[in-house]
Design a protein around this ligand. Structure first.
Ligand code: GDP
Length: 440
């Protein structure tokens, strides 16, 4: 995410390397580099210029601190400015009303339908809400089916009416249906077009007027850079929306949209989409995004995601099994599934400070565990529970069945053996003490 911008900013600060103090000359040079980095990231020219000027002014106005280097000082000032450019504090979604009605708007392909699913999933799991979805995209029948598929996947009711071609009527009927069934949030997915057009705007404006939503969220594809900003402006002029959702931030986006939208439309970015899966949604925190852009890593998000995935009941059961020496390949699979649920491996690792840059060109993907899973799936239930049974001929069978090699399987079995031994030792306090004593 924003790798190029991060690199260029890094380079801008390098100008200051070895320089003992901030001076008019090095400040001017660094701020010029910062402006260039922002322009390269597809940030609007005026915003980039104001940003660089503001960083320059702040740097010159700083007292000379002997404890920090000019490079560090610039990093800090740039970080704070980036965060304020993206909105400063994070802004919550408005869920007032019974039911609260959230209208989703945006161009076709921006990720509206996907986001509607993700948002309902988020509100249900993280906010304890009971949401319902309404499919009001009357032009693309496939969009209605798509929403039903998503709804089924995350267990959320979807209201639709394929016979009706009037989005205002569908939205109203959806809300009435939600009221009668006791849903407390209604999310309305609307039709988009490939580009801003008058009929689409009239339609969505009519829906807004008819249902008076608690919140209108504008969804935009971050990969479209400056176009995203122009589209945001067109929708905002017409709808006066409440917040922005930036999708596809997991892609190779340069960052222009994320950095420019706030100051152009003066509306907060509320969520960002980071993948196609239903869990790939993050609340937007400007400060954390600034941390990430400057390569400071986003440890807070990482820890939060890990905590979310932690299932206490499961953990207790696992500890019991470990203590009884019953940890088996089914538990191993479970552990892998938990790690995978946390999201894209490369993204996760990129959040660890210092790691982001190092892994940029490495080939890490969600398939990292594919071989291991294939091998475990090729074992019989009995073999999974008692790996000791896996002798030479069974090894050949499992390797062939999973499309791997005996060497690879041997490695996995050895790893498993070591892991379970280690777990057993750590699970037992007496052994732990023994282990510590034996340490050199
Ligand atoms: P709509 O026409 O606005 O409803 O757009 P869709 O929800 O159908 O999304 C268009 C495409 O973008 C689909 O293939 C989605 O899977 C994909 N998509 C949506 N959000 C994201 C995201 O955050 N990251 C990635 N990588 N793909 C996304």
């Amino acid at each position: 995410m924003f790798d190029n911008l991060s690199d260029k900013l890094d380079r801008a600060f390098k100008v200051l390397k070895g320089q003992g103090q901030i001076s008019e000359v090095n400040v001017a040079e660094t701020s010029k580099e910062i402006r260039r980095a922002l322009l390269d990231a597809d940030v609007n020219y005026k915003i980039a210029k104001n940003f660089a000027d503001s960083v320059k002014e702040k740097a010159l106005g700083q007292d000379v601190l002997t404890s920090v280097s000019p490079g560090q000082l610039f990093t800090k000032i740039t970080h704070d400015e980036l965060a304020s450019l993206m909105g400063g504090e994070s802004t919550d979604i408005n869920l007032k009303g019974s039911p609260a009605v959230i209208l989703i708007a945006g161009l076709q392909g921006s990720g509206k339908t996907t986001f509607s699913g993700k948002l309902s999933n988020y509100l249900k799991k993280k906010k304890g809400k009971n949401p319902m979805l309404v499919a009001a995209d009357v032009y693309r029948p496939a969009a209605i089916d798509q929403l039903h598929v998503l709804g089924e996947q995350i267990n959320i009711e979807v209201y639709s009416d394929k016979e009706n071609k009037n989005p205002v009527e569908i939205a109203k009927a959806g809300i009435t249906h939600a009221k009668s069934k006791g849903f407390d949030v209604v999310i309305i997915d609307t039709a988009g077009r490939l580009a801003v057009d008058e009929q689409m705007m009239n339609e969505i404006a009519a829906v807004k007027q008819a249902i008076n939503p608690s919140e209108i969220l504008f969804v935009v594809d971050s990969m479209t850079g400056q176009d995203a900003v122009n589209t945001a402006k067109a929708f905002n002029d017409r709808l006066d929306f409440d917040g922005v959702v930036l999708t596809k931030l997991d892609g190779d986006t340069r960052g222009g949209a994320a950095l420019s939208i706030r100051s152009v439309v003066d509306k907060p970015i509320k969520f960002v989409g980071t993948g196609e899966k239903m869990e790939a949604l993050d609340v937007f925190y400007p400060k954390r995004m600034a941390d990430r852009i400057l390569g400071m890593g986003d440890v807070v998000s990482l820890v939060e995601r890990a905590q979310e995935q932690y299932d206490e009941e499961k953990a207790r059961k696992l500890h019991k099994k470990i203590a009884k020496n019953q940890f088996d390949f089914n538990d191993f699979l479970d552990q892998i599934a938990q790690i995978k649920k946390m999201g894209n491996m490369k993204d996760l690792m990129g959040m660890i400070p210092g790691v982001g840059k190092a892994i940029k060109n490495m080939d890490i993907d969600d398939d990292a565990f594919k071989h291991i899973e294939a091998m475990i799936h090729s074992m019989t239930p009995q073999e999974r529970e008692q790996p000791k049974l896996i002798d030479g001929s069974r090894r050949k069978r499992i390797a062939a069945g999973s499309g791997t090699s005996v060497q690879e399987l041997n490695k996995l079995l050895k790893q498993f053996d070591e892991t379970s031994k280690m777990m057993r030792l750590m699970g037992n306090k007496q052994n732990m003490a023994k282990m510590m004593r034996n340490m050199p």
